[in-house]
Design a protein around this ligand. Structure first.
Ligand code: NAD
Length: 363
């Protein structure tokens, strides 16, 4: 990999390599940009096939965070940390604390949080070494588990999508299939039920299925999922469920859910557009979690203030639909445009001389 060429491609600011032979820490933090504020993005702990794969993941995920944070209107740039673990380098408290010290040394340019492979306990370990961490259980003013907030943002986005497709944001009598009835999915299902939607659910985990059945959700077997006919499909499990194999089988009008990277490839946005299926771009739909975590930075988590911002996610989705129609481009491309436009507009102001620029952290 030609690292600087790769960084130039999408204008990355910084790539930081961290090594601690004592604790086995081998990590990479990628800061895509800090135009809108300190770069926020989770810490992924994963076994990678190669160092190149880890760097590539950090780059891809950091840019994704920058776009998500920009599009949902928070004052944060985007970044991501990946930690390479394997049998000889397992995750330990010492490794996390070592990472915490490196994060602290970044001086607030980067703020970490949970991601795949990390837990609230892990953030508590990192918090022993730095204040630049969100999603702990113990930091004064923590907002705790962000999943219910993510679900709220998904619900707002489903309503905005219904308004776009049917001219009315009511979900009454709409048939909605939630795939993945975990922390986010089950809460999305409950919001939709409360509004009188007929909610179906699909999961591969027995416990999740049982929880859903207790809430009156009709279960669709995973192997029958693509036979399901209805109005809205809410993917809240895994990514890449929208692909060449599944799109021809789809018998619904809207895709709107929390799963990351729902489109297997970017070009599937155009395929959905051609088929007349409205796709609400995942990285804006699922931004409720980061809005929730980010709220902590402003004197401690305030649920009312966070919810106000999360409820605006529906407006952002509506803006994406507007751009898509006006420019005749797929909604995933329109979502990128929305994020890029915000970053560019604020970037311009950086040219104004300011002796003591205050970051959002100093407010
Ligand atoms: P979770 O692990 O609590 O729930 C996921 C559920 O999906 C589980 O019940 C699991 O059994 C089920 N599942 C897995 N594979 C499946 C399959 N093939 N078919 C049907 N069900 C399947 O996870 P979560 O926190 O609810 O997150 C759901 C999705 O939303 C993930 O893709 C996550 O990356 C994304 N997301 C979550 C948050 C958050 O705040 N939790 C924020 C942003 C994005």
């Amino acid at each position: 990999m030609n690292i600087f060429e790769r960084m130039d491609e999408y204008d990355y600011e910084q790539l930081i390599f961290m090594n601690d032979s004592e604790t086995g820490l081998r990590a990479v933090t990628c800061i895509h940009n800090t135009v809108l504020g300190p770069a926020i993005g989770g810490c992924r702990i994963w076994t990678y096939d190669s160092e190149e794969d880890a760097i590539e993941d950090a780059l891809r995920l950091a840019r994704g965070m920058a776009y998500k944070n920009a599009a949902c209107g928070i004052w944060a740039g985007g970044a991501k940390t990946v930690v390479m673990v394997d049998e000889d380098h397992p995750k330990t408290e010492a490794m996390l604390r070592s990472l915490g010290r490196y994060v602290n040394a970044m001086g607030g340019r980067y703020i970490t949080a949970e991601d795949v492979g990390t837990t609230e306990d892990d953030m508590d370990s990192i918090y022993q070494e730095t204040d630049y961490v969100l999603g702990t259980s113990m930091k004064p003013g923590t907002g705790g588990n962000p999943s219910p907030s993510t679900a709220r943002g998904v619900y707002m986005s489903i309503k905005a999508s219904a308004k776009e497709k049917y001219g009315d944001d009511s979900l009454k009598d709409k048939k909605i299939l939630v795939q993945g009835l975990g922390n986010v999915g089950l809460n999305v299902a409950k919001y939709c039920q409360e509004e009188g939607a007929k909610v179906y659910g699909c999961d591969i985990n027995e416990k999740s299925v049982k929880n859903a059945e207790e809430c009156g959700i009709e279960i669709v077997e995973p192997n029958k999922m693509w036979d399901w006919e209805g109005d809205i499909y809410a993917p809240c499990a895994l990514g890449a469920t929208v692909n060449d194999e599944t799109i021809p089988q789809m018998k619904f009008d809207i895709i709107c859910g929390s799963a990351n990277n729902q489109l297997k490839e970017e070009r599937h946005g155009q395929v959905l557009k051609d088929k007349g299926i409205l796709y609400a771009p995942d990285f804006i739909v699922n931004a409720g979690g980061v809005v929730h975590c980010h709220d902590e930075l402003y004197g401690g988590f305030d649920r009312e203030r966070a919810n106000k911002k999360i409820d605006k996610i529906g407006d952002e989705i509506a803006k994406v639909f507007e751009i898509s129609k006006k420019e005749d481009i797929p909604t995933n491309v329109a979502a990128n445009r929305l994020a890029e436009d915000r970053i560019k507009s604020v970037e311009k102001t950086k040219g104004i001389f300011n002796l003591n620029p205050s970051s959002s952290l100093n407010k």
